[in-house]
Write a protein that binds this ligand. Structure first.
Ligand code: ZN
Ligand code: ZN
Length: 348
């Protein structure tokens, strides 16, 4: 006798995708479930049930043998086997600590959609953030120079602002729980410390994360000058993954950039720029010694998922665990703030 399940086929498929992403599985393993969910979503439930009954469910675009099994079980009100297995494999808490602080977070300032190098559409990222209990999510796709990640030209970013407005209207019309998708960018810090996007466009955004993605091995003096140049730019709100190190994972490992961390964090404190605690398991950036230095320098922080898929929005608890261990007071973490306070800080 299988366990009952009353979520329906779309929720089952989306939950499977979420758990795969949270478990850091490759995007191609997840796509089938997200595509099948998108196919089923607009169909009336009795039509889906009938297609399961007469075996025509796999004729629908994007529905294959394994997704059809999930749909069939959910339609019958039974727990899909694949979902039950994934709940066991990837559904457990990610950390031992950090839950208390995670409960105080109201949003996430760093996330990517399939407009740059993320794996899912904007609306799926927004909807998942809402389901996680966030009041806001800042969409921060990459800037033009990061061509490998399909960075957004000024034209594409302008177009994206229209899409974000449409997503917000759609959510509000459906009683979106007061959730707002905020506009933003992860803007490249160029070699000379300038930001890789038109200033008038940067000025229109709600929040800007500035990060180094190239020439990470630059001489320490030049890197310090480069980072401080970006921090002094009044558009910069968050200094993203400051060392750029990779500690684990499929992309291999690399040491962090060398720079005068004290000078960089003093500049952050002076210019009201938050130091990002990047929650991605392969980044864990800044390293603990630098995190403590930023704490002692009086910096603000932003605990970000840097999610490239909806399930990765759940990574924030990794950053919370580290911030809690470092004894950083929640009021110094900008994403514990209500949306209005955050927006005043970012554009005040
Ligand atoms: Zn980045
Ligand atoms: Zn990013």
């Amino acid at each position: 006798m299988s366990e009952p399940y009353d979520g329906g086929p779309v929720a089952a498929l989306r939950r499977i995708a979420f758990l795969l992403e949270r478990g850091r599985e490759e995007t191609y393993k997840v796509k089938a479930y997200r595509n099948a969910a998108a196919t089923i979503l607009p169909l009336p439930p009795d039509q889906v049930a009938a297609a399961v009954e007469d075996g025509s469910i796999t004729d629908l675009p994007g529905v294959g043998a394994s997704t059809a099994k999930v749909i069939a079980a959910a339609v019958r009100g039974e727990m899909p086997e694949r979902l039950a297995a994934l709940e066991r494999e990837h559904g457990a808490p990610l950390t031992e600590g950090g839950d208390g602080l995670r409960a105080e977070l109201r949003g996430d300032l760093h996330s990517h959609s399939d407009w740059s190098d993320g794996g899912s559409p904007i609306e799926e990222m927004a909807f998942t953030a809402l389901e996680l209990g966030h009041e806001y999510l800042v969409l921060t796709d990459h800037s033009p120079r990061l061509t490998i990640a399909h960075g957004l030209s000024p034209e594409r970013l302008r177009r994206q602002l229209g899409v974000v407005a449409a997503v917000n209207e759609h959510l509000a019309a459906r009683g979106g729980d007061g959730f707002t998708l905020l506009t933003g960018i992860e803007v490249d810090i160029l070699d000379d410390g300038s930001l890789d996007q038109d200033d008038d466009l940067l000025a229109r955004l709600d929040v800007r994360v500035a990060s180094v993605h190239s020439k990470l091995k630059m001489d320490a003096k030049d890197m310090t000058r480069r980072m401080i140049g970006a921090i002094r730019n009044p558009r910069t709100n968050v200094l993203g993954h400051c060392t750029g190190r990779l500690v684990t994972g499929g992309r291999g490992t690399r040491p962090g950039s060398q720079f005068d961390a004290k000078a960089v964090f003093e500049a952050c404190a002076e210019h009201d720029v938050a130091v990002e605690i990047n929650s991605r398991p392969e980044r864990r950036d800044p390293p603990t010694k630098l995190l403590e230095l930023a704490r002692d320098t009086g910096c603000l922080f932003s605990i970000d998922s840097d999610a490239h898929a909806p399930g990765q929005l759940d990574f924030q608890v990794y950053g919370c665990e580290r911030a809690e261990a470092a004894g950083i007071h929640p009021d110094r973490i900008v994403n514990t703030w209500p949306r209005d306070r955050l927006l005043t800080w970012a554009n005040g």
